[in-house]
Write a protein that binds this ligand. Structure first.
Ligand code: FEO
Length: 164
């Protein structure tokens, strides 16, 4: 049985993962219209991955006897202030998501919910990877300065392709 407090925090995470997906989708669409084919491809793949994260929460809550609630999502921004700022925004967002995952870990321990504690470890590992992959991109962008975004746009395709 899923403790009520755990059901609540997991439902809140559905909203956060779903918003992450929409945020990256908005970024992808913007980058696409700006002519950044590689960057938009990376972001579209990221949006898809976040959708999968959301689905994992939906299924887990229901499997444990709770009720996954599909929420309304706030509209993400429409325009972004350049590629560098966009990736910094992605990193900040992922750091926020990591802190939310950590809150779930802490609550699972507090509530003696070892099943959730065990299950959420996948996300703990995933967040390390997500932050690291975005940091790699930011490091590359810093090395390039404001030039060569065309080459970077091609380079990013080899970092991820159409997803992991
Ligand atoms: Fe699902 Fe990027 O956190």
């Amino acid at each position: 049985m899923l403790p009520k407090k755990i059901e609540k925090i997991l439902n809140e995470q559905i909203q956060k993962e779903g918003y992450s997906s929409n945020l990256y989708l908005a970024m992808a669409s913007w980058a696409d219209t700006e002519g950044y084919a590689g960057i938009s491809q990376w972001l579209f793949a990221q949006a898809q991955e976040e959708l999968e994260h959301m689905m994992k929460f939906v299924h887990f809550i229901n499997e444990r006897g709770g009720h996954a609630i599909i929420p309304a999502f706030e509209q993400p921004p429409v325009k972004f202030d350049g590629i560098k700022k966009l990736f910094n925004q992605v990193l900040e967002h992922e750091q926020y998501i990591t802190s939310c995952i950590n809150d779930i870990v802490a609550l699972a321990i507090k509530e003696n919910d070892f099943a959730t504690h065990n299950w959420i470890q996948w996300f703990v590992t995933e967040q390390i990877e997500e932050e690291s992959s975005v940091q790699t991109i930011i490091d590359k962008l810093n090395l390039l300065g404001d030039k060569n975004l065309y080459l970077f746009d091609r380079d990013i395709m080899s970092l991820r392709g159409a997803g992991k």
